[in-house]
Design a protein around this ligand. Structure first.
Ligand SMILES: [Zn+2]
Length: 308
């Protein structure tokens, strides 16, 4: 929803808009599992063919680009993670799980988490409430049937949320969302000022491979940042998280990171974290659970109208 003349909003109205979803209780553990000082949480958004379909596109070439993610990217990622014994979270649109259920099952069989990522990578902010509800429930059914377990986490496609998304996530009893960016540490989501019980595992565009490495013909988008520089940005984020005893969370895509000239970024990040010592690698679900159970910090200053 866009507002034509935002300067005409009444104070009650802009307060309502800002206060709809807000950061509540900060969840910053003093220590991570195994007495680690820092947590490393990798996520891979398996958009594949739905990156094109969910945006309303039907281009054969771009569908093949998604197919590369499925055929080459995911296996390469699984190989790196397996060689280093690192668990991760794969967010899977339901249509991608239906196109190749074996991929989703292979991911789970390798010890990783699969989370919800919409029905067809749709933009939630464009959906009316009943449609959004229907799609997320159907997506959960598909993943449940595919992996034989209920997913506990959600990431909205392109991090576009509607005013109803967080309410749906809470209603479904999901443990966490990973689509928002009000902090670098986990926090509890507030909805209209009320605690939801949903942990946010925050994302950031600057910790997303697609921001630096995506190519588009129209509108013309070029990967201006060389892979070495992308690694450098991620490494600095990791080092700072380690220094602070915090969380280093990263978003990658099989059709973006899964190329010969880029997959090393993932491998070197793992090697770097291991060489520093004291880094714990966890799925997003494991991070959310640990943060919820060991957060131990009272609410942040300035967290808004519904501060508990
Ligand atoms: Zn996605």
């Amino acid at each position: 929803m866009r507002i034509a003349e935002p300067w005409r909003l009444e104070e009650t109205e802009w307060r309502r808009l800002v206060g709809r979803v807000r950061a509540g209780r900060a969840l910053r553990p003093q220590r991570w599992p195994n007495s680690a000082r820092c947590a490393v949480a990798f996520s891979f958004d398996c958009d594949h063919e739905t990156f094109e379909l969910g945006a309303g596109g039907t281009a054969i070439g771009r569908l093949a680009w998604g197919e590369f993610g499925r055929r080459v990217g995911t296996p390469r990622i699984l190989d790196v993670l397996q060689r280093h014994g690192v668990p991760a979270t794969f967010f899977m649109p339901a249509v991608c799980a239906l196109i190749d259920p074996d991929e989703t099952r292979r991911i789970v069989a390798a010890g990783h988490e699969v989370g919800l990522h919409g029905w067809i990578h749709e933009n939630n902010s464009r959906l009316d409430a009943p449609t959004e509800r229907d799609l997320i429930l159907r997506a959960r059914d598909v993943l449940e049937k595919t992996i034989g377990a209920t997913p506990v986490g959600f990431r909205s496609a392109n991090w576009d949320l509607s005013p109803h998304t967080v309410a749906l996530v809470a209603e479904m009893g999901l443990e966490y969302d990973s689509s928002l960016m009000a902090d670098e540490s986990c926090y509890e989501l507030l909805l209209d000022g009320e605690p939801t019980g949903v942990v946010e595992v925050p994302v950031e565009w600057l910790r997303d491979d697609a921001v630096y490495l995506m190519f588009n013909r129209e509108p013309a988008t070029r990967p201006w940042t060389p892979p070495d520089s992308v690694f450098e940005i991620f490494r600095r984020e990791l080092d700072a998280a380690w220094n602070e005893g915090g969380l280093f969370q990263l978003v990658m895509h099989p059709f973006v990171i899964g190329y010969r000239s880029r997959i090393w970024i993932l491998e070197q990040l793992i090697e770097h974290a291991k060489a520093k010592g004291g880094a714990w690698f966890g799925t997003h679900a494991a991070v959310a659970r640990w943060a919820r159970g060991h957060g131990g910090v009272s609410s942040q200053a300035g967290s808004g109208p519904g501060k508990p």
